[in-house]
Design a binder for this molecule. Structure first.
Ligand SMILES: Cc1cc2nc3c(=O)[nH]c(=O)nc-3n(C[C@H](O)[C@H](O)[C@H](O)COP(=O)(O)OP(=O)(O)OC[C@H]3O[C@@H](n4cnc5c(N)ncnc54)[C@H](O)[C@@H]3O)c2cc1C
Length: 166
């Protein structure tokens, strides 16, 4: 597990007034030469909102800056792209702070350099009594919901096999 620590990914949702003036399923990103940036999904599923996505050390930095920092940064960055008039159309609805959530303490796993093989070790049952599931144990679909789901099925099969052949 030490070779597969949790990284940080966060999302923010901003309500968007006058949404019909904006394209459905649009994408907005401005910075190409720095990592201190968000990417923005305009009107996902046609909804009147913009969803911002932040990752890595910058997401952690914004989380550390306190509740509301991700939304404030998003509004500033979007205003930088589209002009200050957009500010009055945007209202923060919700932002995640996964690294600060005491029951999560991060978003999903990443393998440290040279530790990709640790996923198989983490997935292995211990003494036929302890069984591990979760995205971090998935050999090919780590970091995903389907990887997590499939790993649960794999662990359940291992448990049933252990019960049949104690
Ligand atoms: C912003 C973001 C965007 C994402 N986008 C996508 C996407 O587009 N597509 C995709 O496939 N995946 C996406 N993912 C990844 C996906 O959500 C995860 O890979 C998946 O939810 C992991 O499931 P899991 O069951 O392994 O772990 P989790 O869902 O993290 O579940 C672990 C559970 O264990 C609990 N827990 C932790 N410690 C303890 C303890 N000591 N005792 C008891 N319980 C404990 C936690 O509270 C939590 O409920 C995204 C994740 C994030 C954060």
């Amino acid at each position: 597990a030490a070779g597969l620590p949790l990284g940080v990914d966060d999302k923010v949702t901003l309500a968007l007034d006058d949404a019909e003036a904006f394209p459905k399923e649009g994408n907005l990103r401005g910075a190409t030469m720095r990592t201190e940036m968000g990417t923005y999904h305009i009107r996902p599923f046609g909804q009147p909102c913009i969803e911002g996505f932040f990752g890595g050390s910058f997401a952690r930095e914004l989380e550390d800056a306190g509740d509301g920092a991700i939304a404030a940064h998003s509004i500033d960055e979007i205003a930088g792209f589209l002009g200050n008039d957009i500010r009055r159309k945007l209202k923060p609805l919700y932002e995640s702070r996964w690294a600060h959530d005491p029951f999560a303490r991060g978003s999903y796993s990443h393998a440290l350099p040279g530790h990709a093989g640790d996923r198989a070790i983490l997935a292995a049952p211990v003494d036929g009594r302890l069984f591990f599931a979760g995205e971090a144990t998935s050999p090919s679909f780590f970091t995903t919901a389907h990887g997590a789901r499939d790993s649960g099925e794999r662990a359940a099969r291992e448990m049933l096999a252990a019960l049949r052949n104690p």
